[in-house]
Design a protein. Structure first.
Length: 374
C-alpha cells in the first residue's frame, strides 16, 4: 500500500525537489494532489507526469484545465483529501497557514517547509495537531538536522545551534549591504531557492524565522536556541544534550534529503539521489558570529519571537511585504529592516491570540508597511 502525498506549492523549488524524490520512490509513495499559485503550464506537466487526481491553481488568472480546482479553497481541499496521508506544505508565506491547520485537524502528517505557519500561529498549530491527531515534521534543513539528532532521545536536548550560510553579504560592510541591488541579493553562494526565501537569507530574516520555528517544534526557550554563520553550509545544526554531549548533522546542501526524511521519519529508506559526502572534498569548515549591525532583521525577528503573541505574525507580514517591495524595485535593500522595525515597534501585541487576532495582526502589518513604503 503506497502512501498518498499532497504537495502544496508543487511548482516552487521545494515542490519540484519533492517530486524528484517521489519519482525515485514510486513503490512507496503516490501523488494524490498538486497545487500551485500561478504556474499553470508547469502544473499541467506535473499533473500529467504524476497522475494526481486533484489539481488546484490558486491564481485565477493562470492557465488551467477545466477539471482543476480554482482559488485558495483548493489548498484546504488538497490538504484534507481522504486519500492523502502526508501533506507537503511548500507554500511561501502566510498563505500556507490555513492549509496546515486543516491538515493537522484532519489527522495528516504535515511535512512543513512553510515556516511562516509556526511563526505566525505556533501555539494554534500545535493545538490543532493535538486535537486532530496530526503530526508536524519539518523540511527545513536545519530543523530536519535537529530532528535527526534528537530522534531516540526525547527530552534530552538542552541547546540548539542552527547554522546560517551568511548569504551573499557575509563579508560586506554595512553601507554596501544597505545599497545592494536585487541581483546581488539573489546571488546566494550555496543554496538555490525561490526569490523570497533567497532575499530572506540575504537579510538573515530567514534565520530569525527558523529560531521561532525551532522554539515551537522542539519546545526549547529562546535562550537555548543559537545561530552561527557557517559559510560552507555543510553542518546544518548542532544539538547539545543535557549531559553535555553534542551531535551534528552534516551533508552537502540539498533539500532532497530533508524532504525524504520528512516523508519517512522516524524510518530511513535507501535512496540514491543525494551526493555521497566526502569530508576531504568538503575541506575546512568555519564558523562565525552573526554580525548584528549588518543584519538587523535577524535581531528584530528574534525579539518578536521572544515577545510572543501576535508579534511574530507582525514581523513575518512586515518582512513579506517589505521584501516584495524590494523585489519590485520600490525600496532599497536597506529599507527592509527599517520598515519591519517600524511595524514591530508600533504594534500593540495581543497575548494568547485567536486565529482572528493573528490574521488581523497580519493584515495590519501589511497595510502599515505598504503605507510607509509607498
Amino acid at each position: 500500500m503506497t502512501t498518498g502525498i499532497a504537495i502544496l506549492g508543487s511548482t516552487g523549488s521545494i515542490g519540484q525537489s519533492t517530486l524528484r524524490v517521489l519519482a525515485r520512490q514510486r513503490e512507496r509513495f503516490r501523488v494524490v494532489a498538486l497545487t500551485a499559485r500561478g504556474s499553470g503550464e508547469r502544473l499541467a506537466e506535473q499533473a500529467k507526469a504524476t497522475g494526481a487526481s486533484l489539481v488546484g491553481l490558486v491564481n485565477g488568472a493562470g492557465t488551467a484545465e477545466a477539471s482543476w480546482r480554482r482559488g485558495t479553497a483548493c489548498l484546504v481541499e488538497a490538504a484534507t483529501h481522504p486519500d492523502v496521508d502526508i501533506v507537503v506544505n511548500a507554500i511561501v508565506g502566510a498563505a500556507g497557514l490555513e492549509a496546515t491547520l486543516a491538515a493537522l485537524r484532519a489527522g495528516k502528517r504535515v511535512a512543513l517547509a512553510n515556516k511562516e505557519t509556526l511563526v505566525m500561529a505556533g501555539d494554534l498549530v500545535l493545538r490543532a495537531a493535538v486535537e486532530g491527531g496530526g503530526e508536524i515534521v519539518p523540511i527545513d534543513s536545519e530543523h530536519s538536522a535537529v530532528l535527526q539528532c534528537i530522534s531516540g532521545h526525547p527530552g534530552a536536548a538542552g541547546r540548539l545551534i542552527l547554522t546560517a550560510s551568511g548569504g551573499p553579504f557575509r563579508e560586506w560592510p554595512a553601507e554596501r549591504v544597505r545599497a545592494a541591488t536585487v541581483d546581488e541579493a539573489l546571488a546566494h553562494p550555496t543554496w538555490r531557492m525561490g526569490r523570497k526565501i533567497t532575499i530572506d537569507s540575504a537579510t538573515l530574516a530567514n534565520k530569525a524565522l527558523e529560531v521561532i520555528e525551532a522554539h515551537f517544534l522542539f519546545g526549547l526557550p529562546y535562550e537555548a536556541i543559537e545561530v552561527v554563520v557557517h559559510p560552507q553550509s555543510i553542518v546544518h545544526a548542532f544539538v547539545e544534550f543535557v549531559d553535555g554531549s553534542i551531535l551534528a548533522q552534516v551533508g552537502y546542501p540539498t533539500m532532497e534529503l530533508p524532504i525524504l526524511y520528512a516523508l519517512t521519519h522516524p524510518e530511513r529508506i535507501p535512496d540514491a539521489g543525494v551526493t555521497r559526502f566526502d569530508p576531504v572534498a568538503a575541506g575546512a569548515l568555519t564558523f562565525e558570529s552573526v554580525r548584528g549591525d549588518v543584519f538587523p532583521t535577524f535581531g528584530l525577528g528574534v525579539r518578536a519571537g521572544r515577545a510572543g503573541g501576535t508579534a511574530p505574525a507582525v514581523f513575518n507580514a512586515a518582512n513579506e511585504t517589505a521584501v516584495a517591495a524590494f523585489l519590485a524595485g520600490r525600496i532599497p535593500f536597506g529599507r527592509i529592516p527599517e520598515l519591519i522595525a517600524d511595524a514591530v515597534d508600533t504594534h500593540t501585541v495581543v497575548t494568547n491570540p485567536t486565529l482572528d487576532d493573528v490574521l488581523a495582526a497580519d493584515r495590519w502589518a501589511r497595510e502599515r508597511v505598504e503605507a510607509t513604503c509607498s
